[in-house]
Design a protein around this ligand. Structure first.
Ligand code: NDP
Length: 468
């Protein structure tokens, strides 16, 4: 049976390589091989060579292989979950690394099963036309460190299903989880179909400027998304950009604080807040503000924070020391500007690991950096409002629009409010839940292009019309 140790040994560099730290202790847990532009040329050539045969296998056979890959992931799920917890920090339990490993296999299976039939778009006396989708060719994928294995799967599974071959670059902070996942999946896939190239941002920059890629998929910061758009312009690859967000949640006066507290909490604090579509600023009607804040503090008090590999942990450390500093600064600025820390704050800066307690800040000014910038960590600002039009203006005021949520006892009323919010997804009485059949993507500075479902398959393909 595969163990954490055997999986780690299979992907650790034989010598040299980039050290990868455990965010709970600061210890080096392994070394990732470091790839450069020569390796990129080799991977591109192998992927180009493998692509026509892979495409000619057809949807049925490729789907069968994706299902077989999912079986392999299931057999190694526990080892993979331990590696994710050690490298990225999220706990094994709750919405943590076992959930992530399970999501990988669920997404592989759902992607294999998603129907995508050619569409008859014209059928009258003037003629007939059918819209179908073909493989784009070579897909380049660049990923982040927060959900390394799951987001890699969101990128490579649909690309492979559609007959593309894939070259991926994981984040320098979490290369081992992605290498391990690829090692498992590649026991099933033909050679050259999926290649992972661990390296830094410079390797990512070389990839996105490379003319061989027909399609680029990127998940990460808005800043890097803009750089990728500029760097790839000369080659015109198709782009899917899943960038940062600053999702608002609006609690209407008829919501039940006790009933929604736990879902609100996980909407904001899943993966210790390091999730693109996490709830990042909470607007609560003034009549419920204190009750919601108190109920959330009650949930926070029940969630133990500790190393991801500790079975008791429900919250883990931040993945990087840099992210710890960002959250620390934002909370300090919010407190200095009059925000009240009703729970959390005060991290132990001398202790090992990047642990920042789950923090709730009530009453920060509307323009506090904790409100208007993406914290990507466990600190939630809670802001009272009295006027619905005004709170919707606040919700729409930022140049990002990934997700949002509305919380109410009246779902129809919540839907009316939702229709006025500028975001790719608006959840009602939940936040951030994604599903392999439901398209997901942002607007404004949160990027463009859809992932998941049939729309996700189309976005890693090229459309083709046959007209008679
Ligand atoms: P980045 O956008 O810098 O990194 C994401 C990926 O892009 C990494 O693999 C990175 O490589 C790579 N990369 C960096 N520079 C380039 C480039 N010029 N061309 C191509 N690829 C490049 O995100 P960070 O990890 O620095 O996180 C910063 C912020 O981004 C966070 O604070 C958070 O706000 C947001 N973020 C959003 C995520 C989301 O899910 N939407 C996920 C992660 C972060 P490498 O890391 O190896 O240098």
């Amino acid at each position: 049976m595969e163990t954490y140790e055997s999986l780690l040994a299979a992907v650790t560099a034989a010598d040299g390589g980039r050290p990868v730290s455990d965010p709970a202790t600061g210890e080096v847990l392994g070394r990732a091989p470091e790839r450069g532009t020569g390796d990129l040329e080799q991977a591109v050539a192998a992927a180009r060579t493998a692509q026509p045969d892979w495409e000619s296998l057809g949807h049925e056979e490729r789907s069968r292989l994706l299902n077989t890959a999912a079986d392999a992931v299931d057999r190694s799920a526990e080892a993979l979950a331990h590696l994710i917890s050690r490298e990225q920090g999220k706990p094994l339990n709750g919405p943590g690394s076992r959930f992530e490993a399970g999501g990988v296999s669920a997404w592989l299976r759902a992607t294999a099963a998603t129907p995508l039939e050619p569409e008859r778009v014209l059928d009258d006396e003037s003629g007939q036309a059918t819209l179908g989708y073909r493989a784009a060719g070579l897909v380049g994928a660049i990923g982040p460190w927060n959900w390394p294995a799951l987001i890699a799967t969101w990128q490579f599974a649909p690309a492979l299903r559609m007959g593309n071959t894939v070259v991926m670059k994981p984040s320098e902070h979490t290369p081992l989880s992605v290498l391990a996942l690829a090692a498992i999946v590649n026991r099933v896939l033909p050679e050259g179909v999926l290649t992972v190239l661990p390296g830094g941002g410079d390797l990512g920059a070389a990839m996105v400027a490379h003319p061989a890629f027909d399609k680029l998929m990127f998940t990460g910061s808005t800043r890097t998304g803009r750089a990728i758009t500029a760097a790839s312009a000369a080659n015109l690859p198709r782009l899917t950009l899943e960038l940062g967000g600053n999702d608002p949640g609006i609690v209407l006066p008829d919501a039940d604080p006790a009933a929604i507290a736990e879902d609100l909490f996980w909407g904001a604090f899943i993966n210790t807040g390091q999730t693109c579509a996490a709830l990042k600023r909470l607007y609560v009607h003034e009549s419920l503000h204190d009750d919601v804040a108190e109920a959330l503090a009650g949930v926070a008090a029940r969630m133990p924070m500790g190393p991801g590999t500790d079975e008791a942990s429900m919250l883990g450390p931040l993945t990087t020391a840099g992210q710890f500093r960002i959250v620390d600064d934002l909370v300090a600025q919010a407190a200095a500007a009059g925000g009240r820390l009703i729970t959390g704050g005060g991290p132990d800066r001398e202790a090992p690991g990047n642990f920042f307690p789950a923090t709730l800040v009530t009453g920060p000014p509307a323009d506090a950096p904790l409100v208007v910038e993406e914290q990507f960590g466990p600190a939630l600002p809670i802001i009272a409002y009295s006027d619905l039009d005004e709170v919707i203006t606040h919700a729409n005021a930022l140049d990002v629009g990934l997700g949002a949520s509305v919380w109410s006892g009246d779902v129809e009323r919540a839907k009316q409010v939702a229709s006025r919010i500028e975001a790719g997804t608006i959840w009602i009485n939940k936040h951030g839940t994604v599903h392999p059949m439901v398209p997901f993507g942002g607007v404004k500075g949160s990027g463009y292009g859809l992932e998941f479902g049939a729309e996700g398959l189309k976005s890693v393909a090229v459309p083709q019309v046959i007209a008679t």
